[in-house]
Write a protein that binds this ligand. Structure first.
Ligand SMILES: CC(C)(COP(=O)(O)OP(=O)(O)OC[C@H]1O[C@@H](n2cnc3c(N)ncnc32)[C@H](O)[C@@H]1OP(=O)(O)O)[C@@H](O)C(=O)NCCC(=O)NCCS
Length: 126
């Protein structure tokens, strides 16, 4: 069975949350590796933070059928790691989701000055 999820977010909303709520927001939503990656983007860092935020929402939507208790999921349970070509991949850091049910999962991220968007496709064993 295939499932997809998508999300779009305004970069300024994420920028405001990071600047106003600072570490509380950053550490609640992003892993240390994700923070290091986004901070390395310097002036474009809020686009990368926003792209990851959209990716986590898209992953959640795609996986919603196999998440038993959605209130137990944390933002950091989904980690986005870019490979050396820049291609982003998902790492799932929780046992709430039965990873054996996920045959394949892939995401794509895009961003411009104002918006970031992401989509996720997952193949789930039936
Ligand atoms: C990789 C590339 C596609 C990124 O496109 P872009 O318009 O500059 O950037 P976007 O804002 O749309 O997307 C950026 C995101 O792309 C993703 N990305 C980067 N490199 C990637 C790659 N090799 N494969 C898949 N996704 C990639 C990343 O998630 C990045 O965001 P992040 O760094 O915050 O994680 C582009 O730099 C590139 O190499 N283009 C060549 C395309 C080409 O040759 N086209 C003609 C034939 S189709």
């Amino acid at each position: 069975m295939l499932r997809c999820g998508t999300d779009i977010i305004e970069v300024n909303r994420i920028k405001d949350a990071i600047e106003k709520i600072q570490n509380n927001f950053k550490n609640r939503v992003y892993t240390q590796k994700e923070i290091e990656y986004c901070e390395s983007k310097n002036v474009q860092k809020y686009q990368s933070y926003s792209g990851r935020f959209a990716a986590k929402e898209a992953i959640f939507k795609a996986l919603s059928d196999i998440i038993e208790d959605k209130y137990k999921i944390k933002w950091t349970d989904f980690e986005i790691i870019n490979d050396k070509t820049g291609n982003p991949h998902v790492q799932i850091n929780t046992d709430i989701i039965d990873k054996n049910k996920i045959k394949n999962i892939d995401i794509s991220i895009s961003h411009c000055k104002e918006y970031a968007t992401s989509m996720c496709i997952v193949e789930i064993t039936e």
